[in-house]
Design a protein around this ligand. Structure first.
Ligand code: PMT
Length: 323
């Protein structure tokens, strides 16, 4: 494989990406859902404040190698960070647009086994099934909390698979949230492909084996963080993530991303310790956030979302328009 590093400015690259991407199948339905969700969560409460809305992205995007896709390049992410953060954003009073990779980890399912449907249930008799005793509390909590969030209009779930779907959906979400001004937040935990094969250059059918060499030209995916900040939702509070496997370069890379893409904070994490510690890199300081191991069941997302929610509140206040 050969990866081409484009040196053009972002806007033409982004335009080329969107022009060549296969159009989303259900743009109209997604837009309708977004409009309804944002309207529903925009009426001021008794104290005159309006709800804050966060878009949480979660899971890895795929970059297909064939139009009728059999093979693809994937980005690692279980979706645990995004799903767990969604739960804590809801607890903090946010409405959440959860843009997630189909099949990745879901909110409220932390205490369930990997195969909840088969492991949590057992036949009660020939006609009925029941929840197994061991999982009854966990299933009840997951079902009740999930139901309350979805039927209460506080959680909108939008699935993607490919980098083409992800970036088109992120653009739709962001432009729909523009009207919220600083009340909007983006929490970009998804692991997004850095390289892709443009649709027009992609073979239609399954690549045949037979040659010892897989000859595919990958080009760089434009970083859409700049578009998000400049054009799509310029007043929103934006948090991006930086994942590295080499801890020696992590903080520098995060600080560079903070400046380059004008993020409000970058959450720096190292692959092996990502569930125990992250560093929230801001212009003023680097804040270490750790999982509190004094209680079992504690997760890092608890203090992380507490911190980011407080920073977002201050940002809204400074912007002078929290209504
Ligand atoms: O899901 P888990 O298993 O719980 O793991 C969580 C996580 C490690 C995946 C998560 O915490 C994390 O770090 N996510 C971001 C991983 C990543 O893609 O990092 P990056 O350095 O490649 O990208 C940095 C930022 O740029 C990301 O916020 C990404 O949304 C954005 N990006 C990346 C590529 C691209 N072409 N455009 C982008 O906008």
């Amino acid at each position: 494989m050969d990866a081409t590093n484009g040196s053009q400015p972002v806007e033409p690259q982004a335009k080329a990406f969107f022009d060549s991407a296969p159009p989303l199948q259900n743009t109209h339905q997604i837009t309708q859902k977004l409009v309804q969700f944002i309207q529903h969560n925009s009426s001021p409460s008794e104290n005159g404040d309006s709800k804050r809305i966060v878009c949480v992205t979660s899971g890895g995007t795929t970059a297909p190698l064939e139009q009728r896709c059999v093979r693809y390049v994937d980005n690692f992410s279980s979706g645990h960070r995004g799903a767990t953060s969604t739960e804590y954003f809801l607890k903090a009073g946010y409405a959440v647009i959860f843009l997630y990779r189909r099949g990745s980890f879901q909110p409220f399912c932390r205490s369930l086994p990997d195969d909840p449907l088969l492991e949590c249930f057992e036949p009660a008799d020939e006609l009925n099934i029941q929840v197994r005793e061991t999982y009854s509390e966990a299933v009840k909590r997951a079902v009740v909390d999930h139901h309350a969030a979805v039927t209460g209009g506080l959680l909108l779930k939008l699935p993607f698979n490919t980098i083409f779907e992800y970036l088109q959906m992120l653009q739709l979400v962001a432009t729909s949230m523009r009207c919220l001004g600083p009340r909007a937040m983006f929490y970009l935990a998804a692991a997004v492909s850095d390289f892709y094969v443009p649709w027009k250059d992609m073979v239609e059918h399954k690549i045949q084996s037979g040659s010892h060499l897989l000859d595919v030209q990958l080009v760089q995916v434009p970083k859409m963080l700049s578009m998000l900040r400049k054009d799509w939702a310029p007043s929103a509070f934006c948090i991006s993530f930086k994942l590295e496997t080499n801890s020696n370069i992590l903080l520098n890379k995060a600080a560079t991303a903070l400046e380059k893409y004008k993020m409000h904070a970058v959450v720096a994490n190292e692959l092996t310790t990502r569930k125990e510690q992250v560093v929230v890199v801001t212009r003023a300081e680097n804040i270490i956030v750790q999982r509190d191991d004094s209680h079992s069941g504690n997760v890092l997302e608890n203090p992380l979302i507490e911190l980011l929610s407080a920073r977002h509140a201050a940002y809204i206040k400074d912007s002078g328009s929290g209504k």
